[in-house]
Design a protein around this ligand. Structure first.
Ligand SMILES: Nc1ncnc2c1ncn2[C@@H]1O[C@H](COP(=O)(O)OS(=O)(=O)O)[C@@H](OP(=O)(O)O)[C@H]1O
Length: 426
């Protein structure tokens, strides 16, 4: 059931500029996720090989910022013109020829954050959205492997059990903290709600503008309602909902600020059905294309054509694959975080940062795949548990997909591998 951005109560729509005044030749599209599902491959192929699809030319410096502007989940939404202005001037690029073009944003965490959906819908109600979905088990493992390169020392089993439902009722408080740590709340929400000293911003000037919510309500919304939306069945999220406003705000202030560890979303990010359900409340199915990572991997050319068509462009203009075309600017995005890690005393972390750097630099047209630091079979029991955990949610995803038209579903109906042969999670 569709709802308006205003009713979603999920961003401050009155404060978000709408893109209505853009030239009708300019379209916006978003690869919204899922993280670790081949989004880099898809993004690179589209912007490198199609003459009418453009990435930001002057992105803010951040990890992989050309692909991932993070404007709708991480930064405070200031001037929309700043975001739009970071894309190239198509008149320059296309030399005035009479075509439409697409500006592409490939931030894979948008899928996870309900407020990102609201913000995109407020700014670009006609945007096209592409979601690539990967078997959540494999996604989680790939995520953990990446986190390890970034200095995560906890084992896969620890991070998986971190989010599992509390064993005892007394763990309730703890579980609420987990919801918050799990970053169901977009960092931008937190920034909007608090000032640099971790105080709730006064609800004076800006919140009166356009009658938007005051910041206390805003933070509460961010912490409870939207946490629940990203996983309605999650017990921790449900108990967050039962907290009083001030308890919730205390929790946010104590636990949300400086949330650095996105590996804590390892499991949650694979709960695609709830995330998609939310986006589909804000966008019609005709604006969303859902792709199966496995099919993209196996039939990448056909898949690319389907995406290009969906974006409203001519697949026959797609250039032949030329490895030298692929942007080699990863170093640009070579995150400060890695450099920081390399300066650490811990030799192991230093070594991992070094190999991550090497892997990033070797990124080629098949996306970047970080060599695995441990094989999934090391965590066989956890993989089994996680597999069982996801099954119910995956079934719901297939139900959702069944109800969507063929225009939305860019896959042939294959499910994620329904069975892993004994002991083989590779
Ligand atoms: N063509 C194609 N199709 C499908 N999948 C591919 C493709 N090319 C790369 N990959 C795999 O995608 C994983 C990286 O995903 P992302 O690029 O989305 O990562 S990120 O979210 O941007 O960090 C990463 O997975 P892992 O190797 O398991 O880590 C890549 O190997």
């Amino acid at each position: 059931e569709r709802i308006s951005v205003e009713d979603a109560g999920c961003c401050k729509p009155n404060e978000i500029q709408n893109s209505a005044r853009l030239s009708p030749s300019t379209k916006f599209a978003f690869i919204i996720g899922a993280q670790k599902s081949g989004t880099t491959f898809l993004f690179d192929e589209l912007v490198d090989r199609h003459p009418h699809i453009f990435p930001q030319a002057n992105p803010r410096k951040m990890m992989n910022s050309k692909k991932e502007p993070h404007y709708f989940d991480h930064f405070l939404l200031s001037e929309l013109s700043e975001y739009i202005g970071a894309f190239p001037d198509p008149y320059d690029v296309l030399q005035g020829s009479n075509v439409t073009w697409t500006f592409l944003d490939g931030t894979p965490s948008y899928l996870l954050f309900p407020s990102a959906a609201c913000r995109v819908a407020a700014a670009f109600p006609h945007a096209k959205l592409v979601a690539v979905l990967r078997d959540p088990l494999q996604r989680a493992y790939s995520h953990w492997n990446m986190a390890k390169y970034f200095g995560q020392t906890a084992g896969f089993h620890t991070l998986v059990s971190h989010r599992q439902q509390p064993q005892r009722k007394e763990d309730k408080e703890d579980s609420i903290i987990r919801v918050i740590e799990d970053m169901s709340i977009a960092p931008a929400d937190i920034k909007e709600g608090i000032d640099n000293n971790n105080h709730v911003r006064s609800s004076s000037n800006d919140s009166n503008k356009g009658g938007s919510m005051d910041n206390r309500t805003w933070l509460l919304e961010a912490a409870s309602t939207r946490a629940v939306r990203s996983s309605p069945e999650d017990e921790a999220a449900a108990s967050a909902r039962n907290k009083t406003k001030s308890e919730m705000i205390d929790l946010i202030l104590n636990h949300c600020v400086g949330m650095g560890d996105q590996a804590l979303t390892l499991v949650r990010r694979g709960l695609y059905v709830y995330q998609l359900d939310w986006w589909l409340r804000l966008f019609p199915p005709s604006q969303l294309l859902i792709i199966n990572h496995h099919e993209m991997y196996n039939e990448s050319e056909a898949l690319l054509d389907r995406v290009i068509l969906f974006l409203g462009h001519d697949p026959s203009l797609k250039k032949r694959r030329d490895k030298t075309d692929v942007s080699q600017d990863m170093d640009d995005s070579m995150p400060a975080r890695l450099r920081q890690l390399k300066r650490q005393d811990n030799n192991k972390v230093k070594q991992q940062a070094k190999s991550a750097r090497a892997a990033f630099q070797k990124r080629n047209s098949s996306g970047w795949s970080l060599p695995r630091l441990e094989t999934p079979d090391t965590y066989k029991d956890t993989m089994h548990q996680l597999y069982a955990y996801y099954q119910r949610h995956n079934e719901r995803l297939y139900d959702l997909i069944d109800t969507l038209g063929p225009g939305t579903v860019g896959w042939s109906g294959n499910k994620f591998p329904s069975q892993y042969t004994a002991g083989n999670f590779e």
